[in-house]
Write a new protein. Sequence first.
Lengths: 64, 154
Amino acid sequence: MLMLALRRRVVWLVLLSVALAIGCRRVEPLPPEALQDLDSLAQFAQAFNDDADEHRLLVLLSPT
Amino acid sequence: MLAAYPDRDVRVHVVWFNMVRTDARDRWPRDEIVDDRATHYWDEDKAVGRALASREELAGWRPVAWDVWLLYPPGVTWGDDAPLPAARGRTIIGTREELDAAIRDVPATTPAARLPAAPTVATTRPRAPHSDLASTLNSGPTRIPLALTVRGRP
């Protein structure tokens, strides 16, 4: 009985470790230069229209 | 969410700008929305958000469209006015199911990728608001619940 309980704990600890390893994986950050400055709305419109043959997802966010 | 649909033929334009006091260009979270299909812009003048909110149909987003997503089908172009999307949502977290459905409905680039995407299991680990956003946009089908307990432990 004691061994069974111990095995269960070991299994749970292994599962917990795997879950933490997956959950804590980090995405490689983009380089700072990947953020392009928009000088005008026309500049963005041009970029938007350059991809007019595809679906486009537009997301507007603030950093914090 | 984008990671859950790696073969969807969609270009992603992510426009960042200041909206609250703590915002700043150098606080751009570089590890959010990391995807080859995404291009990131810094819009100091909030021009894109203002242009969208100037549309009568999007008046509820005035004065600046923020924390929103919009999906446009092929063929739509940006002219004198901001174009109206086929689907949209605000806030991103609050409309993530609609956003997920919208991306899922975009055709895949290869026939194999047209198979249904695996269901996403949301993490139950407490997260900061921006982590929620990262989870919404970057989460893939392999996420698993983290709220495990060890039997017999307090």
